[in-house]
Design a protein around this ligand. Structure first.
Ligand SMILES: NC(=O)c1ccc[n+]([C@@H]2O[C@H](COP(=O)([O-])OP(=O)(O)OC[C@H]3O[C@@H](n4cnc5c(N)ncnc54)[C@H](O)[C@@H]3O)[C@@H](O)[C@H]2O)c1
Length: 288
């Protein structure tokens, strides 16, 4: 299901999605196109750009694939400028690209921090900085970041990633105020575990979900017990929320970070025991 409802109309709007070739970014591109937008994606895997361009064009919308690395500020800036020049306007920026490698903070070297910061925070600053003048000139726009539930809780093994995502949460709130007078709304979505190529260990090649390995039964059981709605989120659900936030339906929403997590954040540590009863982890015995 993509955002094709009559009220979620992005007819005539132009969007750029970073990391838009796979996972949540690809789903955002398709939901935005489904709502009527023309869509550009920047992705480090060229064949993923090509796939999304073909899918968006197949939906009757104009598309632009930009092969590039969001860790390069100049490449991100150029992607914004190329999008605006190609389509003649720039309305929606989706700061989706991000990623993480698990490692305890004490083992990280400065180059490891820098990589996480470049990927998760600087890429967002660069795209946002380049997009704002176009949105101001157009009299408005919408900026949507894909942050994470890890921005709002401790994240052992993911310290720098979580710090970057927390930074994006606060950037979202601050820019919502700074840009309100220009009609630019700034929001974020905060997923928990979502089925994407990255979550399934597929980092290049096709982003077609049909080609990913299925999660093991043990993993599925863990997900059932940990996430209140009992399953991982889908990239399409995130894409539809992004299309909603970009649309006139969200015209009075700015400065928000919306969890899209099946209830995990609300759960605050409660999990199901094997029988399905909600418990806090100290209640877990081997029998539970
Ligand atoms: N999947 C989850 O469970 C989850 C949970 C919380 C937050 N998030 C966030 O959602 C966003 C998207 O995650 P995902 O799981 O869809 O990722 P993914 O790895 O499945 O897809 C990311 C896309 O970005 C592209 N990409 C990777 N590095 C790039 C770079 N340096 N420059 C340009 N493109 C690049 C990849 O080729 C891929 O197409 C990230 O910001 C991530 O932190 C994901």
């Amino acid at each position: 299901m993509t955002g094709t409802g009559p009220l979620i109309s992005l007819e005539g709007k132009v969007a750029l999605v970073t990391g838009g070739g796979g996972g949540i970014g690809r789903a955002a591109a398709l939901s935005l196109a489904g709502a009527g937008a023309d869509v550009a994606v920047i992705d480090v895997v060229p064949e993923r750009c090509d796939e999304v361009v073909a899918l968006v064009e197949g939906m009757g919308r104009r598309a632009l694939g930009i092969s590039g690395n969001v860790m390069d500020v100049e490449a991100v800036t150029a992607a914004v400028e190329t999008t605006a020049a190609h389509f003649g306007r720039f309305d929606v920026l989706v700061n989706n690209a991000g990623g993480v490698t698990w490692r305890p903070f004490a083992e990280l070297k400065p180059r490891n921090w820098q990589r996480h910061i470049d990927m998760n925070l600087t890429s967002n600053l660069a795209a946002t900085s380049a997009a704002i003048p176009h949105m101001i000139a157009a009299g408005g726009g919408s900026i949507i970041a894909v942050t994470s539930i890890e921005a709002s809780r401790a994240a052992p093994g993911y310290a720098v990633y979580a710090a970057c995502k927390a930074g994006i949460n606060n950037l979202t709130r601050t820019l919502a105020l700074e840009l309100a007078e220009h009609g630019i709304r700034v929001n974020a979505i905060a997923p928990d575990s979502t089925a994407t190529p990255g979550m399934n260990g597929v980092f290049d090649g096709s982003a077609d979900p049909a080609r990913w390995p299925a999660p093991s039964p043990e993993r599925q059981e863990t997900i059932r017990r940990r996430i209140p709605l009992g399953r991982q989120g889908t990239a399409g659900e995130c894409g539809d929320l992004i299309a909603f936030l970009a649309s006139p339906l969200a015209s009075y929403i700015t400065g928000t970070i919306i969890p899209i997590d099946g209830g995990t954040w609300a759960g605050g540590g409660w999990i199901r025991d094997r029988a399905g009863k909600w418990v806090l982890p100290p209640d877990l015995s081997p029998a539970n």
